[in-house]
Design a protein around this ligand. Sequence first.
Ligand SMILES: [Fe+2]
Length: 267
Amino acid sequence: MGKTSTYVARDPDASGFIHYPEAEHAIWNTLITRQLDAIQGKACDEYLAGLDQLKLPHDRIPQLDEVNRVLARTTGWQVAQVPALISFDHFFKLLANKAFPVATFIRRPEELDYLQEPDIFHEIFGHCPLLTNPAFAAFTHTYGQLGYKASKEERVYLARLYWFTVEFGITRTAQDKMRIYGGGILSSIGETDYCFNSDARAIEAFDLLSVLRTPYRIDIMQPVYYLLDHFDQLFELSKLDLLDYVRQARQLGLLPARFPPKEAAAS
Ligand SMILES: [Fe+2]
């Protein structure tokens, strides 16, 4: 968002159908096949239940209306077709209206493992299963409503909440196991493994003020993940006065970064 992309989203034809070349369906097939394997024993039950409901095709990129039929009957959400990158205003407005943005392009073969722009595989495979879950849907809706009203400065703090939940969230199960619910992890083969197995990352108990104060980078594996006590904690979060927490976080300031500055890392 706010940047430029080398990808262009595909537009639907007059009947609303989006045509993708065979090579792009093949990329979807590769991504979903290997990721379904990678998330075994790592994705949370709520996500897997959503995946069961969606019944995503393996051999082709799904059409948005297929996903919408399932979202409509589960939580009333929809996906909305957008260009490759959209403004924060557009993003928050969509969420506030229970519409989840999906850019209708898929990554190139050379970016199979990692790309910074969210493509259709990230949005649909990573996020849409949980949009069938009432607690996740309520949290995301509240988040969108708050973000739409928030100032530019408040949005910077709210973005961290989204980052450490919807994108890179992990949760404890009733059996005291760690499981992933963040779509940024679940759509990335490298980060799914890293989150579970790397010694380089920290796992911290979810603390709202700490989350709002934690700097992050979008171009590296995350140095820290925040662990919910239980998945429905997201619903509890949606009932809090989040902007009051943002005010407190702004007063306290950022926590020290756990990563090197981008310039130093690139040199
Ligand atoms: Fe995402």
